[in-house]
Design a protein around this ligand. Structure first.
Ligand SMILES: Cc1cc2nc3c(=O)[nH]c(=O)nc-3n(C[C@H](O)[C@H](O)[C@H](O)COP(=O)(O)OP(=O)(O)OC[C@H]3O[C@@H](n4cnc5c(N)ncnc54)[C@H](O)[C@@H]3O)c2cc1C
Length: 264
């Protein structure tokens, strides 16, 4: 890994201007993924002194600065109060505590990692990303955005709503990447179903959601039917960690279990 310059930004505007100077300048958050892939860059633009490491709230939202560490996120009473702690639980499944003391929520979202537990855990909810220069988009829109967004993530806005959540990461060993992950929610009476690490980035199982949300009375069989739809509508692949068939079998089990759990 070669880096020509370390640059500590003095403001978000300063960071953005530095980013524009050279296509090989990159934003530095926790730096763990940049290090892992050994990314060569011209300048590393550090955001660590810009005050983006705070979690706050308004009447309607919890607002998470992009430089908040995964550890501060998972321990935040504001985050823990949302959806029976299920978003915090998803983040708690990443590596160990020392790692999460460094890895940031912003770095976890901007990378759009196919294995991401953080993205999977957030996707069932109303989550809006705020960028510099001024632009907002939902997390789902960002995941579908083609190409690299030439902007800096400033904050993540999570809408405060009443509901329950479920998260499950299936992994081979305790500190491993997921071989598949699931997040299910019931918010304001509506279900959302997310399957990630298939091994593609987390996505909403919209047909399964449409099915379960169209029913006026729901039985255990309907949870299973919705899980089967989720297993059919999303694409799954083999990789060295798991076969496609195993991922599909796990989807049928855990989506049904998640739906049952959030219905309690
Ligand atoms: C060994 C290892 C194991 C892992 N296991 C898991 C796992 O099991 N589950 C899981 O969910 N995740 C896992 N991760 C990913 C980890 O949780 C983080 O998501 C990852 O390290 C990125 O966070 P970071 O703060 O280190 O970002 P960095 O490495 O600093 O940055 C990552 C990317 O995001 C860009 N970026 C960062 N912040 C911003 C911003 N504010 N605006 C614009 N661009 C930005 C950077 O330029 C870079 O391209 C793992 C990572 C490693 C290294």
């Amino acid at each position: 890994m070669k880096v020509n310059e370390y640059y500590r930004a003095s403001s978000i505007e300063d960071a953005y201007l530095k980013l524009q100077e050279n296509p090989k300048n990159v934003i530095l958050a926790g730096g763990l993924w940049i290090k892992k892939i050994g990314q060569d860059c011209n300048a590393l633009v550090d955001l660590s002194t810009l005050g983006l490491n705070k979690i706050s709230e308004t009447k309607d939202e919890v607002i998470v600065g992009s430089m908040v560490t995964q550890r501060d996120f998972e321990n935040s009473p504001l985050i823990r109060s949302l959806f029976n702690d299920s978003i915090a639980f998803a983040v708690r499944e990443v590596m160990g505590v020392n790692f999460r003391n460094i890895a940031t929520v912003g770095g976890s979202i901007m990378g759009r990692y196919p294995f991401s537990d953080v993205i999977c855990g957030l996707l069932p909810y109303h989550v809006t990303l705020e960028f510099y220069p001024k632009q907002t988009m939902s997390l789902e829109e960002y995941l579908e955005y083609k190409g690299k967004l030439n902007a800096i993530l400033v904050s993540i806005h999570i809408k405060k709503e009443k509901g329950r959540g479920f998260f499950k990461k299936v992994k081979i060993t305790a500190l491993d990447f997921p071989i598949v992950n699931f997040a299910v929610s019931k918010v304001n009476g509506k279900y959302s179903i997310v399957v990630g690490a298939r091994p593609m980035v987390a996505a909403l199982a919209k047909k399964a959601m449409e099915y379960i949300n169209s029913l006026s009375k729901i039985s255990e069989l309907d949870y299973k039917k919705a899980a089967e739809i989720a297993a059919e509508e999303l694409s799954y692949l083999d990789n060295k960690d798991s076969s496609k068939e195993y991922r599909i079998d796990l989807t049928k089990v855990y989506v049904a279990r998640g739906l049952k759990e959030v219905s309690k």
